[in-house]
Write a protein that binds this ligand. Structure first.
Ligand code: PEP
Ligand code: MN
Length: 293
């Protein structure tokens, strides 16, 4: 029986003809189209390490973490100025002031900045300050937001919806590409499963990484912080992701000795642990490690 709306990987040439490997033979079976963000290249052999706070809370906190992340060997800085929170009563970020702080951190450290846009109306503002626009898991299927992010002319980091199939994820990326912007990096950040919350926040779907690489020429990175929600799991999850062929990592870092963050403190790693992950990542090549038939 055929069900309306049912799609499988066989439908990819129709769902995302701009992005899927089968409609782009020029990329062969394994080549990734590199995405460049202010000189940092996603999809080359060298994995990209992004570190930074969950949220831009204060200037002092953000600059401290940014300096520590640079010393640890990261290639880029992350940090949410606008935060999508489960409750409207939770801290929502520092907005435009947060964006200004991020650009100050970029100026000081030289690290390109990725930060989230949570609403189509704020994409222009975020693009004014950011080097790369992040679309969060909760917004993966916010189609007007995807179109705006595609239109504005900056590379986009598209996180996987926490319950999204690979076809839905690549279909969402196609909305960005349709605006003429193929500079998209995909990010696996953990999915919903029956065990959520028992011993980890989500379940890191390592298995999707070789499948992504088989079906699209876009680079794919992993967020081990939100996927696990447990600081001690972040380093082993990072190593595992790289073994599975992830082309980069985006990791939450806090200088807990200086300040405990309001947002996601339990999953934040120290700058020392980030340095250990960056050493491992940069000593490795993100070539195709797990073949996907
Ligand atoms: C984040 O990276 O700041 C974030 C909120 O992650 P996600 O959208 O994956 O939950
Ligand atoms: Mn977070």
């Amino acid at each position: 029986m055929k069900i309306a709306g049912q799609v499988s990987l066989a439908d990819l040439p129709r769902v995302c003809p701009l992005l899927c490997r089968s409609t782009h033979p020029e990329y062969g079976e394994a080549e990734t189209r590199a995405v460049e963000v202010r000189g940092v290249r996603f999809g080359d052999e060298r994995p990209v390490v992004i570190g930074g706070p969950c949220a831009v809370e204060t200037q002092e906190q953000t600059l401290n973490v940014a300096r520590a992340v640079r010393r640890a060997g990261a290639d880029m800085l992350r940090g949410g100025a606008y935060k999508p929170r489960t409750s409207p009563h939770d801290f929502q970020g520092t907005g435009r002031e947060g964006l200004r702080i991020l650009s100050e951190a970029r100026e000081e450290t030289g690290l390109p900045v990725v930060t989230e846009a949570t609403d189509p109306r704020m994409v222009d503002e975020v693009a004014e300050f950011a080097d790369m626009i992040q679309i969060g898991s909760r917004n993966m299927q916010n189609y007007p937001l995807l179109a705006e992010a595609g239109r504005v002319g900056k590379p986009v980091l598209l996180k996987r919806g926490m319950a999204a199939s690979l076809v839905e994820w690549l279909g969402a990326a196609e909305y960005i590409a349709q605006q003429g912007n193929p500079d998209i990096v995909l990010c696996e950040r953990g999915i919903k499963a029956f065990s959520n919350g028992e011993y980890s926040r989500f379940v890191l779907d390592l298995n999707v990484i070789p499948a992504v690489r088989a079906h699209t020429y876009l680079p794919v990175i992993v967020d081990p912080s939100h996927a696990t929600g447990v600081a001690t799991m972040v380093e082993p999850a990072s190593r595992a992701a790289l073994e599975f062929g992830a082309q980069g990592l985006i990791i939450e870092v806090a200088d807990l000795a200086k300040l405990r963050p309001i947002c996601d403190a339990i999953q934040a790693i120290t700058p020392e642990t980030l340095a250990s992950i960056a050493r491992f990542a940069h000593a490795n090549r993100a070539t195709e490690k797990v073949a996907f038939a």
